[in-house]
Design a protein around this ligand. Structure first.
Ligand SMILES: Cc1ncc(COP(=O)(O)O)c(C=O)c1O
Length: 440
C-alpha cells in the first residue's frame, strides 16, 4: 500500500487552487477514470458529478478520443504554428467553425481557458484600434466573474481572492454588478424572472467613462466558478442591445457553457444572443489534451486583415496554438458528441435534472437551489463566522461516500458528463441528502 502523509512523495508538487497543507495531510488521489467514474488509488469508484472541472463532457477515457491521441502522437507529435502549418490544425478549425453560431467563424487556437480569455481581450483591443477607435481601451468585466488566471482574466474577473495579492492588475477596467439576487430569485427553476435590469449598470458605466473609451464587455453567460449564477430572463439580450447602441464588443466566455453543457452547442444559441467573440476550452477536447480556442466574427477578422500595417496581422500566439495532439483529440471529441447526440441528450435530461436538484430544496442547510442545462447550484447557509467550512466538509464526505462534487464558497456546483444516466442523478441527490443531514 502507498502511504502519502508525511512522506516526501508529496513535497515537490505545489498544487493549484488547493490548500496544499490540508491536502498533503489527508490526500485524496485519483488514478484512473472511465465513462462516469473516477477510480481512487485505493481502487474505490467515484461517480463524477462535475465532469472533472466542467470539462469532460463526453465522459472519461472515451475510446475514439484515446485512439486519436495515440495515433497522432506517433505521426506528428508537435509542429510550430508560426509561419508553418500542419493539416490537422486547419481541419480542426474548420470543424469548430462549422459548429459556431451566427457569424463567429474564425478560430484562434490557445492552450487553455485562461489563454482564451486573455486572447479575446487582446483581439477586442486590436480590433477597436484597427477600425479607427483606438481610444477604446477600457475593458468591462463583472463581479463574481471568472475568466481564468492570466492578468487579463483576473483583471476583468470579479473574485477578490484571485485579485488582491497580485498588484494593480490591468488599468482601465471596470465591473458590472453580478446578477445573483437570492431575495428576488431564490429557488428559481431555470432562468430567474427578476433582474434583466442588472444590465442597465452598463449604461451607467458608459455615462461614467464615455463609450469612446470602452472596447469590450466580457461575461460568462452562466457564471460557473463562483457558484452557478444563471442569467435572469432578458439580461443577456439587454446587455447586447446596450453594447450595440454604444459600439462596444460583447465577449461570451463559454469555457464551461460551450459544447453541450446547456443542451445547445453554445449558450449563445440557447439564449439567442450573438456575441462578437466566444472563448472556449475544456469541452473542446473533452479535456483529454489541454486546449482552448477563441471564435471571432468575420467582421473582426476581416478588419484586422485589412488594417494590418505589417505582414503579421496580430502579434499574438502560443507555442502550443493548434497543437497536433489537441487537434486530434478535438476532432475525435466533436465526432463523439455528434455520434452520440450528447448535446441533445443534455437537453432531454434537463427536466429530470431540474427536478432532482430542486428535490434538495428541503435538505438541511440548503438556502437556494438553481439550475440550467446540466448545471446545478445548491447554496448552503455558511457556518456562523466560518464561511466555506461547511461546504468543504460536505465535499469530503460526499467523496468518501463515492460522489465527486465541487464546492465554491458555500455553494455546491454540479456539472456531470453529458452521458450521465438517471440512476446516477439519483445517486448524486441521495448522497447529498445523506451528507447534508450528517454534516453540522
Ligand atoms: C468561464 C471560464 N473561463 C476561463 C476559465 C479558465 O480556464 P483554464 O483553467 O483552462 O485556464 C475557466 C475555468 O474554470 C472558466 O470557467
Amino acid at each position: 500500500m502507498m502511504t502519502y502523509a508525511g512522506s516526501n512523495d508529496l513535497d515537490a508538487y505545489w498544487m493549484p487552487f488547493t490548500s496544499n497543507r490540508r491536502f498533503k495531510a489527508n490526500p485524496r488521489m485519483l488514478s484512473g477514470a472511465k465513462d462516469m467514474h473516477y477510480v481512487t488509488t485505493e481502487g474505490r469508484q467515484i461517480l463524477d458529478g462535475t465532469a472533472g472541472l466542467w470539462c469532460v463532457n463526453a465522459g472519461h477515457s472515451r475510446p475514439r478520443i484515446v485512439e486519436a491521441i495515440r495515433r497522432q502522437a506517433g505521426e506528428l507529435d508537435y509542429a510550430p504554428s508560426f509561419n508553418l502549418g500542419h493539416p490537422i490544425a486547419f481541419q480542426f478549425a474548420a470543424r469548430v467553425s462549422a459548429l459556431m453560431p451566427f457569424d463567429l467563424k474564425k478560430i484562434f487556437f490557445t492552450g487553455s481557458g485562461s489563454e482564451s480569455a486573455d486572447t479575446a481581450l487582446k483581439i477586442a483591443l486590436a480590433y477597436q484600434r484597427a477600425r479607427g477607435q483606438g481610444t477604446r481601451t477600457r475593458l468591462i468585466g463583472r463581479e463574481r466573474g471568472y475568466h481564468g488566471v492570466g492578468f487579463g482574466g483576473i483583471s476583468v474577473g470579479g473574485i477578490v481572492r484571485n485579485r488582491m495579492a497580485f498588484g494593480t492588475l490591468l488599468t482601465g477596467v471596470d465591473h458590472l454588478p453580478h446578477t445573483h439576487d437570492l431575495a428576488r430569485n431564490g429557488f428559481s427553476k431555470g432562468q430567474p424572472e427578476q433582474g434583466a435590469d442588472f444590465a442597465d449598470a452598463l449604461e451607467r458605466l458608459v455615462a461614467l467613462h464615455d463609450a469612446s473609451t470602452i472596447a469590450a464587455v466580457i461575461v460568462e453567460p452562466v457564471a460557473g466558478s463562483t457558484g452557478v449564477l444563471v442569467p435572469p430572463q432578458g439580461y443577456l439580450q439587454r446587455l447586447r442591445s446596450i453594447c450595440d447602441k454604444h459600439g462596444i464588443l460583447l465577449i461570451f466566455d463559454e469555457v464551461i457553457t460551450g459544447f453541450g453543457r446547456l443542451g445547445s452547442t453554445f449558450a449563445a444559441e440557447r439564449f439567442g444572443v450573438r456575441p462578437d467573440i466566444i472563448c472556449m476550452a475544456k469541452g473542446l477536447t473533452n479535456a483529454a489534451v489541454p486546449m482552448g480556442a477563441v471564435a471571432v466574427s468575420d467582421t473582426i477578422y476581416d478588419t484586422l486583415m485589412e488594417a494590418a500595417d505589417a505582414p503579421i496581422e496580430l502579434f499574438h500566439g502560443f507555442t502550443y496554438s493548434g497543437h497536433p495532439l489537441g487537434c486530434a483529440a478535438g476532432i475525435a471529441t466533436l465526432d463523439t458528441y455528434a455520434e452520440e447526440g450528447l448535446f441533445q441528450r443534455a437537453a432531454d435530461l434537463e427536466p429530470y435534472w431540474q427536478e432532482a436538484m430542486h428535490s434538495l430544496a428541503d435538505a438541511r442547510h440548503v438556502i437556494d437551489v438553481r439550475n440550467l442545462g446540466l448545471i446545478g447550484g445548491i447554496e448552503l447557509e455558511p457556518r456562523p463566522g466560518k464561511p466555506t467550512e461547511r461546504a468543504s466538509e460536505v465535499f469530503a464526505a460526499a467523496f468518501d461516500q463515492g460522489v465527486m462534487i465541487r464546492v465554491t464558497g458555500d455553494i455546491i456546483a454540479l456539472s456531470p458528463p453529458l452521458i450521465i444516466e438517471k440512476g446516477h442523478i439519483d445517486q448524486i441527490v441521495e448522497t447529498l441528502r445523506r451528507v447534508l443531514a450528517s454534516v453540522d
